[in-house]
Write a protein that binds this ligand. Structure first.
Ligand code: AGP
Length: 613
């Protein structure tokens, strides 16, 4: 949560900071701010505003010839303290000498604040962050880096921050502990930010920072410190990302663009991992094939949309590989008695690789001796550092807060793992595995054809007709259940309409009481062995006056007799249908939110990466 950026170099940096913040806005957007430093004035400009970056730009006004070449900025997702200008970053020490922007949480800020207040320090905000500049100012004796190093051991929690001192306007000091922070190395300039897109236009040379390292940034140099020890210079890595990935590329929103990028995300996730004979190579798992074949149980820990991908994965792994799979939301798993151990494989699914609950659940399992694999989309993310192996999704950068292409890529990655396990354990015959491999390989193309057809526009139009409905029930069976969960989550997230998602067979045990004349019920009714059962459930809800919106397999004309609206999904084998049938539901949620005039890329109260508990 929250995006931070800093710049020090030879160029006037006001616009660099504002543009960088715009690239980080997906991380939080309830308020924002920036400060610029120079020799003459110390703080040359400092602006904060409630609202998104547009509000900050409006508050800041025109450039006015700013010449500052050092600055820092922040876009916030509130954790401690309401959404007010006073709580927006940068935060300053009481004497105004130290400025800080921070992402994350100082868990012991209560006691630190009390100690400082007892010593007479006056606070200007309700945030946990403010203790950081206050502490640094008290430690400062002419060397900002030394003051930060002295303060760091006092801070509990997980955070990344950038600090500046008015007496050192050509220097920034940055720290990370379990929250992302990367350095961008340019010609006579340095960037530091929560994520690479913040400076991708300016430089592609990136240096990664480890936990509790202190980085001192100056225009021509950066040094990295672990405590009092200066570490050897670290080579920059070149990032080959597509710059357009951070732009909308002609689409009205990032979310719509990312929905349309799903075929490419799936192709790339399969990539070179599948051999012509259908065998699968996943070299990053950190397990040899013989050990993998002997895995006794699999635990999946994840949150939100990634959890839903895990639920789909359970059907695939149990069916193809016959390994029992336990899937749990990470925020619960981390606090239960963990029974994972040696012989178990734990998959931590997290597109960002930074979700605090998922990281904690992975850590708990690892401490118990389980082999932990991160299924993530972000190279070098914390999840990759906290695991024994990595299975990358290759969805490319996802900006929309509502996950779309990373979800289907996660399901594809889990399908590859299930196929590999099935072959290794001889639960699948080579011929059976080859058939499945071929079906998997077809999916990106099927989806590409679907997305280029009139079907998506039809879904958007159908959705708009429901824009005034106050509640939706989602039903499905078997692999349709996690698809329902995901479809309902998408609708909640971006349209703010309450939804319930249930296994259709559970409906009669309670949720059916919610239905009334005209209640919209979305039913995942794709082809498979439970299709007839799902049709029976459709009859039951229609008998109560509900209006059915069915997601059905292309070519299944029977469904039209049972539903008011049909959202078609490309035909695949039943177990693979979650990859394709979730797409019409993404579009349905999108169409509804758009019809309600909402900002789908920045839904209220949410952030793309959830680095707090
Ligand atoms: C998805 O639309 C949501 N924004 C959210 O549920 C997300 O999937 C969840 O926070 C987990 O994120 P992660 O995959 O980065 O761990």
């Amino acid at each position: 949560m929250c995006g931070i950026i800093g710049y020090v170099g030879g160029r006037p940096c006001r616009e660099l900071i504002l543009t960088g913040l715009e690239r980080l806005e997906y991380r939080g957007y309830d308020s924002s701010g920036f400060a610029l430093l120079d020799e003459a004035q110390g703080v040359a400009e400092s602006v904060r505003a409630v609202g998104n970056l547009g509000e900050l730009r409006a508050a800041a006004g025109a450039n006015g010839g700013s010449t500052s070449t050092c600055g820092l900025g922040h876009t916030r997702w509130a954790t401690h303290g309401r959404v007010t200008e006073a709580n927006a970053h940068p935060h300053a020490s009481a004497d105004g000498s130290v400025l800080v922007v921070m992402n994350g949480i100082i868990e012991n800020y209560g006691e630190l604040r009390q100690e400082l207040q007892d010593a007479g320090v006056v606070f200007a905000s309700e945030t946990d962050t403010e203790v950081v500049p206050q502490l640094i100012a008290r430690e400062y004796a002419g060397d900002l880096a030394a003051a930060v190093r002295a303060v760091l051991p006092k801070l509990g929690g997980h955070f990344a921050f950038v600090a500046a001192h008015v007496a050192e306007p050509g220097r920034l000091v940055a720290v990370r502990r379990e929250c992302p922070l990367v350095i961008g190395v340019g010609a006579s300039e340095r960037f530091v930010a929560s994520a690479i897109p913040a400076f991708l236009r300016e430089t592609r040379d990136v240096v990664l920072i480890d936990n509790d390292e202190v980085v001192v940034l100056e225009a021509d140099d950066h040094t990295i410190w672990a405590g009092a020890e200066r570490l050897p210079a670290r080579r920059a890595e070149r990032v080959e990302w597509d710059e357009d990935a951070a732009e909308k590329g002609g689409y009205e929103t990032f979310m719509l663009k990312e929905i349309h990028e799903q075929p490419a995300a799936l192709w790339d996730t399969i990539g070179d991992r599948m051999r012509p004979d259908g065998s699968v190579e996943l070299p990053g798992l950190g397990l040899d094939d013989a050990t993998l074949a002997r895995v006794e149980r699999i635990h999946v820990v994840a949150c939100g949309t990634s959890y839903h991908a895990g639920l789909v994965g359970r059907y695939l792994i149990e069916d193809w590989a016959r390994v029992p799979v336990h899937v749990e939301v990470a925020s619960e798993y981390r606090y239960r008695t963990c029974l994972a151990g040696p012989g178990d494989l734990v998959l931590g699914i997290t597109q960002s690789g930074e979700t605090a609950d998922t990281l904690a659940a992975m850590r708990v399992a690892r401490e118990r001796g389980a082999h932990v694999v991160a299924v993530t989309n972000i190279m070098g993310s914390q999840a990759t550092r906290d695991s024994d192996g990595v299975l990358y999704t290759r969805a490319g950068l996802e900006i929309g807060v509502a996950a779309t292409k990373t979800h289907t890529a996660q399901v594809m990655a889990l399908s590859l793992l299930a196929l590999k396990l099935g072959r290794l354990r001889w639960a699948l015959t080579p011929a059976g595995a080859l058939d499945l491999a071929e079906e998997l390989r077809r999916i990106p193309e099927l989806l590409e054809t679907y997305l280029a057809s009139p079907a998506p526009a039809q879904v958007l139009e159908a959705a708009a007709a429901y824009a005034d409905r106050p509640f939706f029930l989602y039903l499905g069976r078997h692999v349709g259940v996690p698809v329902c969960f995901e479809g309902a989550l998408k609708l909640k997230e971006i349209s703010y309409i309450p939804t319930e998602a249930y296994p259709a067979g559970e409906m009669k045990h309670g949720p059916i009481a919610l239905l009334d004349e005209g209640s919209p019920v979305v039913v995942v009714a794709t082809d498979g062995h439970v299709f007839d059962k799902v049709v029976s459930n459709i009859q039951e809800v229609r008998a109560r006056g509900a209006r059915v919106i069915a997601v059905a397999t292309e070519g299944n004309e029977e469904i039209s007799r049972h539903a008011e609206d049909v959202l078609w999904a490309p035909r695949t084998p039943a177990l693979l249908s979650p990859i394709t049938s979730v797409v019409p539901l993404q579009l349905f949620a999108y169409g509804l939110a758009r019809a309600r005039g909402l900002n789908v890329d920045q839904p209220r109260n949410l952030a793309k990466t959830v680095t707090v508990e």
